[in-house]
Design a protein around this ligand. Sequence first.
Ligand code: CTP
Length: 403
Amino acid sequence: MLAGKKILLGISGGIAAYKSLFLIRLLKKAGAEVKVIVTKNALEFVTKVSLETLSQEKIYCDVFAQDNDYSTEHVALTDWGDIMIVAPATGNIIGKFAHAIADDALSTAFLAFDKKVFLAPAMNSKMYSNPAMLDAIDILKSRSIHIIEATEGILACGYEGKGRMEEPETIFNIIEEHFSKEQKYIGKNVLITAGPTIEPLDPVRFISNHSSGIMGFSIANEFALQGAKVTLISGPLAKPIAIDPEISLINITTAREMHNKVIEAFGKADICVMAAAVADFTPEKISIKKIKKSSDTINIKLVRTTDILKELGTKKNPKQILVGFALETDNEISNATVKLHTKNLDCIVLNSLNDKGAGFGTSTNKISIIKRDGTCRNYPLKNKNEVAFDIVNFIFSNFIEGK
Ligand code: CTP
């Protein structure tokens, strides 16, 4: 599985750095090529000689080292690597990664790396639970960085709590799983929509919603990771989200533009997942000039937009898999089931605004997936990357595997 894979391993300065020696052994034994970038502090815990011996490669530490072939070698390494793992990832390096600080070889390489990254944090439990650290980890998760959470136990500093770097064998298994799932969707065209739409009222105002786009982007990234050719049609995002470089991204603004682009792309799609929060209504007229406050009230006439998903339901051929989302506040299952049938979907992903941590503007979600035969699979509250993984796997095992 790992034979010939190119793994860029970052090691930052924590006592868990010694575990990375075992990780290199496991990766090399499995046939992977491993190149190591260390921070200066990491070399307080493990030596260059050990790392060189185990990886059978030169070790990178200094951006301006005399023996670098050329001064941006650490950046060139990012073209070389298929994935990047940083283990251990200390509080300091996580803070830098989350805020685009690039002041050494490892943080610079991270900033330049545009493929899948895994981080295995290790630090004192109080540092780990500090709100600044939790925020930094959340930022990285929302950018599709895979966090391999630290485990609980006795820490090197004598404390007991969460902060031990995950064991090398477990990290190795996660990496192996990453490469093994790549093949599942090879040859499939997948169309995803994400984010909100913006419906202008005048040159300065608009109607929109709170959709962050994280759910749709995570689904698109997961499909791409599993080998699909992905087209992602997205509304304007409040904060940019990283995407797999293989994904074709089409940016739109209004529901009408989304409609046009989706209809154009749907013919080629084997699977379509409509995760966008498309406006149901748009102003009948857009005022060319700014609307002035000339009276105490204002009436703005809104007209219905086209229900894109419903139209796809009428166009779809029996081989195409059509998946919708339903965001509900009440009678969740019955409302979602009605949408599933009226829009002729294969399944619908339900998230309820009544569930804490689910829906808009959070990095987590709690979903249920309902099929046409009435079966409903409930999932616990998870990070949106993990939810995307569940959705992509649900589609595979229910509609593709064995068909
Ligand atoms: N959808 C769409 N076009 C629209 C509105 C919604 O394609 N104009 C899609 C969404 O992307 C989502 C699904 O329809 O996959 C359900 O969206 P939701 O807002 O939950 O429901 P609506 O069908 O708009 O119904 P209502 O707002 O009345 O609940």
